[in-house]
Write a protein that binds this ligand. Structure first.
Ligand code: ZN
Length: 711
């Protein structure tokens, strides 16, 4: 999946792991966040730039205000022009030139794009896509994550780099690989992956009996008598066993994580004073479990291109038109995930859009003010630094229209001055603000098992996990409520409310965590399809909603995919509002101990419960059985949040975002106008405004795409 396809999937739809014992030794050695210097840089490609321009580029970058540069993540051809023959002299020269201008360097290991000699000599490393076709070695991310030879060659390359640059002044850190998630085909189905899958299953299940029982291989005569018989889910005469398919998705994620960790071992050993990260776009449309991918690196890095959302907002190639609120909230969701994946630790934007961006087609030039707005949005949600992609615009290659800060003719781009000013302002916030925390009162569950199991069996084609998560997040974003992203297996006691849409798979651990959370006074808000499946992807042997039936105080009468027929919802006084329509899905609820907050109005289930609230222990649990349209969902979720005592940081109009970071007694409240119109915000007290240095109170007006930082 490339970036365009990703965004089409993520916003266009509206939008285990058996860790090798040896890999457990690579846990991060706890580099304190204050040891990471200010990181406001650019992504730079000396390998794609005439050497005669390197010094000029470095001087211009220094004038521009850059503190660091990321280089080399796609330069394997130059670093190892023939197998085992390394050439780092050119890269050392580039690092030295950058360092002479006081810029630090983040080096990328190049395993996302091996050179032609490698794929010619070892064609077995090529990925096989989900139709059984061997992928051509022309683009990038065309190799198999399981192939031991490719992983050895990648580790050898990383080892060569690490040995050469471990003590090189100016080098401060590493990016392993590049965007594990974003590839055209998502997952590999080759013979190496089949062998790796079988080995992984052996470790996971221990016996064939356990595997056969968990997957239910009695169906369609699939009982395996040897692990070597287990296939991968390529096209067949019918859909794959859902248990097998879910395990294969887990295995593919594991294989990618394991390949990252092999490079991590080497870099930790040879470069103990450098930080190590990897850049990705987590969550929506993700084939790699981000909680696992980032578990052992020092911090999360995220690549941020809001312009792709603009393509879809303006029609794109899908004809879809998205509301601006949804675009801004989807980007905010990705930032919140990037912060939450490592428990709230500040993250780095490794690539930030700096102009028109894309491959065969590309986004519009951001409006004046948007580049600054998007940078502040990242920092508002927990970024500690930003690298802008890219310094200059390539005149060749698949991304020759991915515009940087210099145009094709090396003149300054339309956004050059705005980004330079933004860097100066953000540096001025200082390390305390940039490393401060973000405290949210509510959490939103993102669970990869539920995501992948829903993709395997959506029930109704329009049921998409990422869409539901985006809609629920967007509802809270519109209410100016800060949100952490969790997988509902951790301690949730710091939160007032846990929102968990489409939690199709519920593990026993999640059920215990949620039961404890509600029992101790938390508010749990969930939606249709709750707990239909267990971790093995079997349908639970209990009345639905399965393991959480007592917490919810309801039993499902029926679950109903909705196609052309209509269903309506009538709200009680607590959720007061006009009758709503219910599309796509309806869970019909029979209250046991729960009270009814809404009922269905049509068909056989007219009068039966659509939304319920149950008191459980010291807390309460809400079940939204009806799949509501966005406006109704937003109203209902914000009424529930308010009833749980969740307050927005500020009252602001639609399209204006509010987010607060804190450190001790200090706070920074970011007010961000995502609209192209002036917007007014009324403050309840006087604040110091960080950018202008002045004091503000009463009603303030933000210019189009305007930003204020209130302290
Ligand atoms: Zn493979």
């Amino acid at each position: 999946m490339d970036r365009r396809v990703f965004l089409k999937s993520a916003t266009g739809t509206f939008c285990l792991a058996v860790a090798d014992p040896v890999l457990r030794s690579v846990a991060a050695p706890a580099i304190p966040s204050n040891a990471v210097p200010l990181l406001f840089g650019v992504d730079y490609y000396p390998d794609q730039t005439e050497e005669s321009l390197w010094e000029q580029d470095a001087r211009m970058m220094a004038e521009f205000g850059v503190t660091n540069v990321r280089i080399a993540e796609f330069a394997w051809s130059f670093m190892e022009p023939a197998e085992g023959k390394y050439d780092f002299a050119w890269l050392h020269k580039s690092v030295d030139i950058l360092r002479a201008q006081k810029m630090a360097v983040i080096l990328g290991t190049p395993s996302a794009a091996p050179p032609p000699w490698l794929s010619q000599k070892y064609p077995e490393v090529l990925m096989v896509n989900d139709h059984g076709m061997t992928v051509s070695p022309e683009g990038r991310r065309f190799t198999c994550p399981s192939n031991k030879l490719y992983r050895q060659l990648s580790v050898a390359m990383a080892t060569g780099m690490a040995k050469s640059f471990a003590s090189t002044p100016g080098v401060i850190g590493w990016q392993i690989d590049n965007e594990y998630t974003l590839q055209t085909f998502g997952r590999c189905y080759c013979n190496s992956c089949r062998a790796g899958f079988q080995e992984w299953l052996r470790a996971r299940y221990g016996s064939l009996d356990a595997l056969n029982k968990t997957w239910g291989t009695a169906f369609w005569s699939q009982v395996y008598t040897d692990f070597s018989q287990v296939p991968v889910p390529l096209p067949s005469g019918g859909p794959p066993n859902p248990g097998m398919a879910l395990d294969y998705y887990r295995y593919q994620s594991h294989a990618n994580v394991a390949s990252l960790e092999e490079q991590l071992i080497v870099l930790r050993k040879l470069c103990p004073n450098h930080f190590i990260t990897t850049n990705n776009v987590p969550l929506l449309a993700d084939t790699v479990n981000a909680y696992d991918l980032f578990a052992k690196v020092d911090f999360v890095s995220y690549d941020n291109y809001p312009g792709f959302a603009s393509i879809h907002a303006q029609g794109g190639d899908s004809g879809t038109s998205l509301p601006l609120d949804l675009i801004a909230s989807t980007i905010a969701l990705m930032h919140d995930a990037s912060r939450s994946i490592k428990g709230g630790k500040p993250f780095l934007v490794m690539e930030e859009q700096s102009g028109k961006a894309g491959q065969p087609t590309f986004s519009p030039q951001p409006d004046k003010g948007q580049l600054k707005l998007w940078s502040y949005q990242a920092v508002a949600h927990g970024a500690m630094g930003i690298n802008y992609f890219r310094w200059d615009t390539a005149r060749f290659g698949a991304e020759e229209y991915w515009h940087g800060l210099l145009n094709h003719d090396r003149a300054k781009s339309p956004g050059y001055g705005e980004v330079a000013q933004t860097i100066q302002e953000l540096k001025g916030l200082g390390p305390v603000a940039l490393n401060s925390s973000y405290r949210a009162d509510v959490a939103l569950c993102f669970d990869y098992d539920a995501d992948w199991a829903t993709a395997i069996q959506p029930g109704q084609p329009k049921v998409k996990y990422g869409t539901e998560v985006s809609l629920w997040y967007g509802s809270l974003w519109g209410g100016h409520i800060g949100v952490d992203i969790v997988d509902a297996t951790q301690n949730l006691s710091r939160y007032k409310v846990l929102f968990a849409p489409l939690l199709y798979v519920v593990s026993e651990r999640q059920a215990r965590t949620i039961r404890d959370f509600v029992g101790n006074g938390g508010v749990f808000v969930t939606g249709f399809r709750l707990g239909a499946k267990d971790s093995g992807s079997q349908i639970v042997n209990l009345p639905l909603p399965g393991l959480l039936r007592d917490v919810m105080g309801v039993t499902l009468v029926d679950y109903v995919p909705i196609y052309s027929e209509k269903q309506g919802v009538k709200f009680s006084s607590l959720l007061s509002g006009p009758d709503a329509e219910c599309h796509i899905w309806a869970d019909v609820l029979k209250p046991e101990s729960a009270g009814v907050l809404a009922t269905y109005t049509m068909g056989d289930y007219a009068g039966q419960a659509a939304i319920t609230k149950n008191g459980f222990g010291k807390g309460s649990a809400f079940y939204l059985g009806a799949r509501l349209d966005p406006a109704d969902l937003g109203r209902v979720l914000n009424i529930i949040a308010a009833s749980a005592g969740v307050k927005p940081a500020l009252q602001a109009a639609s399209g204006v975002e509010v987010a607060t970071r804190r450190a001790g007694e200090s706070s920074w409240t970011f007010v961000l106008n995502h609209t192209s119109r002036p917007q007014s915000v009324t403050l309840e007290k006087a604040y110091k405004e960080q950018i202008s240095g002045g004091t503000v109170s009463g009603t303030i007006t933000l210019e189009p795409y305007g930003v204020r930082v209130l302290t």
